[in-house]
Design a protein around this ligand. Structure first.
Ligand SMILES: [Cu+2]
Length: 308
């Protein structure tokens, strides 16, 4: 099995087909034999039961044949597994981070994207982790799936050998909006990918020259907008619209109290969301301490102040 002309899709399909064929054959063979025996050894035809002593050849057969079949399944599965765990040389590395409730893909040149853009024909290695709880990255079209574990890096690789858009899911239940943790793998020609990659790099460079990205962009990048809106619509969390300076009822240590949503309150809500939970909303937001810097928080708050 060589990575140049073989990929995870073919590997998994072959093993699956192999096991399916054996299973269907056994199902049919056993069912037919059972039905035949019901008639052949029927009580009317055999009024006196016979005591059947051992039949060595038959016993050897039913031990050896299934053992060989299961060993073949194991061998096939194991070699496929090994193939899928061994990243080929020259693979492009992309970091994949799961968070409640979106995926973020980071490329070597600093580009961040909510969708996984990859060039056609070049193996891709994904280094997977999570910012909060257990997630699992699943790309059905390429038959690959791997857990995203906080504080740990797992990996996967696949060969995007057909251009197009494919679904990318989270396949580990991770909270209320788990079902919306859907993204896409976009496989494009090498030229198109190059253009996208360079355009992203330029944009990234421009961002670096500006001191800190603007608040609006940060909200998108950090995943805040997965749960909060800027237009007043209520989703998983309160909307940001008109939030700054608003009187808000929060639950602090089990007791209700009224606060004014000022700088301090907003900062606290980003860093320690579980301390003051807005009444009527579940206490599910993870701390963003490792996700945003002091400067970024200030940018975000400046932006929120303008959201009347
Ligand atoms: Cu998830």
């Amino acid at each position: 099995m060589n990575s140049a002309n073989f990929n995870s899709t073919a590997t998994v399909n072959n093993v699956f087909l192999f096991m399916l064929v054996i299973s269907v054959f056994l199902l049919v063979a056993i069912t037919v034999t059972m039905i035949y025996f019901v008639f052949r050894y029927n009580r009317k035809k055999n009024p006196t039961p016979k005591n059947i002593e051992s039949h060595l050849m038959l016993e050897i057969t039913w031990i050896v044949v299934p053992t060989l079949l299961v060993l073949a399944m194991f061998y096939y599965g194991w070699s496929g597994f090994k193939f899928m765990r061994t990243v080929p040389e020259g693979a492009m590395t992309v970091k994949a981070t799961g968070r409640m409730w979106s995926w973020q893909f980071t490329y070597d040149n600093g580009i961040k994207s909510g969708e996984l853009n990859v060039p056609l024909g070049r193996p891709v290695r994904l280094l997977i982790t999570s910012q909060d709880v257990l997630h699992s990255l699943f790309i059905p079209a390429f038959r690959i799936k791997e857990d995203a574990v906080p504080g740990m890096e797992t990996h996967l690789w696949f060969l995007p050998d057909k251009a197009g858009e494919y679904d990318l899911f989270c396949s580990e239940y991770c909270g209320v909006n788990h079902s919306s943790m859907v993204s896409k793998v976009i496989v494009m020609t090498a030229d198109n990918f190059e253009a996208w990659y360079e355009a992203g790099e330029k944009a990234e460079g421009a961002k670096k020259e500006a001191p800190v990205p603007q608040g609006a962009q940060l909200l998108e990048e950090k995943g805040c907008l997965d749960c909060h809106t800027t237009d007043g619509t209520i989703e998983t969390g309160p909307s940001f619209k008109g939030l700054f300076g608003k009187k808000t009822i929060v639950i602090t240590g089990g007791k209700e109290r009224e606060v004014i949503a000022d700088d301090m309150y907003l900062k606290n809500s980003i860093l320690h969301p579980d301390r003051d939970v807005v009444k009527g909303f579940p206490d599910i937001m993870p701390s963003q301490e490792d996700n945003v810097s002091e400067k970024e928080i200030n940018e975000i708050i400046t932006y929120l102040k303008g959201l009347k």
